[in-house]
Write a protein that binds this ligand. Structure first.
Ligand code: BES
Ligand code: MN
Ligand code: ZN
Length: 512
């Protein structure tokens, strides 16, 4: 959590006197205990037991201070944790993910034992530098240690665990590089946990005004530029989509714009995140079962906003503008109706066939507005846009749809490096035909078939030639494929992909 301190130390792990000392053990490497050689006889004995051989995910916790005549350790607990046969992993990205998962297991163990201070003995593996090992372990521990207890006020059994206080890496060389990569991991993980915090808030605890307040606070703390458009301003400039979706609600809509500009002149990346703080479907009301989950319909907006804090801290050599259109989608007496026609920012008209296809309406305005105002080199939007993407990809991959092959490559590489895999779905005129309207320029649904693609085809109408990628995170924003470092609830998906994408930005997106 945000209070955890992560540090590097040159001290001998044998002298670590905190709650838990962790050693990672493989099945095949010879030097697992390099730097902690004293523990080798103990490990050799332990390995003769059938319970622990260093297989992936195996845990063995020992209590050296309870009388151990093999080694004199000062820590309260010693944890051996198995990595398995790491030489058989496909590539470095898989090893990175294994280390994150291992960090997650350490975090779970800490939660269970209410551990506050942990030390990990840092090793290096073929194909992965020591600093990358530290980075992935840090991410795994900080992300896995997350918990949301704000609304638990009256639990008699509750003995609150405030999260880890310190995480120490012990090693002997290259301290500067390790420190730097730990800092990256800390920034990134704090951003992810912030996005999870926003998403865990209920619909009545996280409204468009909360988004706006959060963005303004970030702007103040980090000298970013923040503008929040209110309903009156939206009406004046013709943001017909966002205003239309908001019509059934008493809660005012907000369009939040947060801008980071490097000192030197540079490209601008535009991020857009769907900030639908509760989606009832509107007049095209959703069924009751599972409707509660629709408080998570703001996860795209949360990801984009949370990522901006890391951007502001790390100050990359590329401009980043985040736009979050935010409202809830309710069915008050003035609500948008099926059959209504609306006019988007920029003039495109749309016939509303289903008021539950609201995400594309608020994103369309934001895309058109962002392109006009900021002339971005590329756009990435994140949205819990369609149930159809869950049918297509389940909870394991995020769908990506784009008009630019190089942009897809940059984003999928970034996703793969951080354990947030993306899978591309096609676009094309056959799909765009499905959203043709008899009476307006387009309509907001495209029939039962290829629902995620027709939703993206709608957005595509608003981006013109600008390289653009749409990430449909409906399947991965919560209930994401089970991982030790992703506790139940919202995953914070997209935050790390965006950060990695921005960190490794190079403009090779030839305009079509
Ligand atoms: N927010 C939903 C998409 C969604 C559904 C996300 C389930 C996560 C889980 C979106 O606004 C929506 O309702 N989409 C409709 C579109 C349809 C009416 C064309 C959908 O997917 O059913
Ligand atoms: Mn909807
Ligand atoms: Zn929605």
């Amino acid at each position: 959590m945000k209070s955890t301190q992560v540090v590097v130390s040159k001290n001998d792990p044998i002298n670590y006197s905190g709650d838990l000392l962790v050693c990672l053990i493989t099945v095949n490497e010879k030097e697992d205990l390099k730097g902690v050689n004293l523990l080798q006889p103990l490990l050799n004995k332990v390995k003769t037991l059938e319970e622990f051989k260093g297989k992936k995910g195996e845990l063995l916790q020992l209590y050296p201070s309870f009388g151990n005549d093999i080694v004199r350790l000062k820590c309260k607990r010693l944890l051996f944790i198995g990595l398995g046969k790491i030489n058989e992993l496909e590539d470095a990205d898989h090893l990175r993910e294994l280390l994150r998962e291992t960090g997650g297991l350490i975090a779970q163990q800490c939660k269970k034992n209410h551990t506050e201070n942990v030390c990990i003995s840092l090793q290096q593996y073929a194909g992965l530098k020591r600093e990358s090992v530290a980075e992935c372990l840090t991410e795994g521990v900080l992300l896995g240690n997350y918990n949301f207890s704000k609304y638990k006020k009256d639990d008699p059994d509750k003995n609150p665990y405030p999260a880890l206080k310190t995480l120490v890496f012990v090693k002997s060389s290259k301290t500067a590089a390790v420190k730097k990569s730990i800092e990256r991991a800390v920034n990134c993980s704090f951003s992810v946990n912030d996005a999870r915090d926003m998403a865990n808030e209920p619909g009545n605890g996280w409204t468009p005004s909360h988004f706006a307040r959060y963005a303004k606070r970030l702007a103040k703390n980090y000298s970013l530029k923040c503008r929040v458009l209110n309903k009156k301003e939206m009406v004046e400039i013709g943001m017909g989509g966002l205003v239309a979706v908001n019509k059934g609600s008493k809660e005012p809509p907000k369009l939040i714009v947060l801008e980071y500009k490097p000192e030197v002149k540079a490209d601008t990346i535009l991020l857009v995140g769907k900030g639908l703080t509760f989606d009832s479907g509107g007049i095209s009301l959703k069924p009751a079962a599972g409707m509660m989950d629709m408080k998570y319909d703001m996860c795209g907006g949360a990801a984009v906003l949370a990522a901006m804090e890391t951007v502001a801290r790390e100050k990359p050599q590329v401009g980043v503008v985040a736009i979050i259109p935010s409202t809830d989608n309710l069915s008050g007496s003035d609500a948008l109706k099926p059959g209504d026609v609306i006019t988007h920012y920029g003039g495109i008209t749309s016939e509303i066939e289903n008021t539950d296809a609201e995400g594309r309406l608020i994103l369309a305005d934001s895309l058109a507005y962002g392109i006009e105002k900021y002339k971005p080199s590329c756009i990435v939007d994140l949205a819990t846009l369609t149930g159809a993407v869950i049918i297509a990809l389940g909870h394991h991959y995020t769908g990506i749809l784009s008009n630019s092959d190089p942009l897809v490559k940059q984003l999928t590489d970034a996703g793969s490096a951080c354990g947030e895999p993306l899978w591309r779905l096609p676009l094309g005129k056959e799909y765009s035909k499905q959203i043709e309207s008899r009476i307006a320029d387009i309509k907001n649904t495209g029939g039962r078939h290829a629902g995620s693609i027709t939703a993206a085809a709608y957005l595509q109408k608003f981006v013109g030639d600008v390289p653009w990628a749409h990430l449909d995170i409906a399947g991965t924003a919560w209930d994401f494929t089970e991982k030790s470092y992703i506790p139940k609830g919202p995953s914070g998906i997209g935050v790390r992909t965006l950060i990695e994408f921005i960190r490794s930005w190079k403009n090779n997106l030839s305009k079509k």
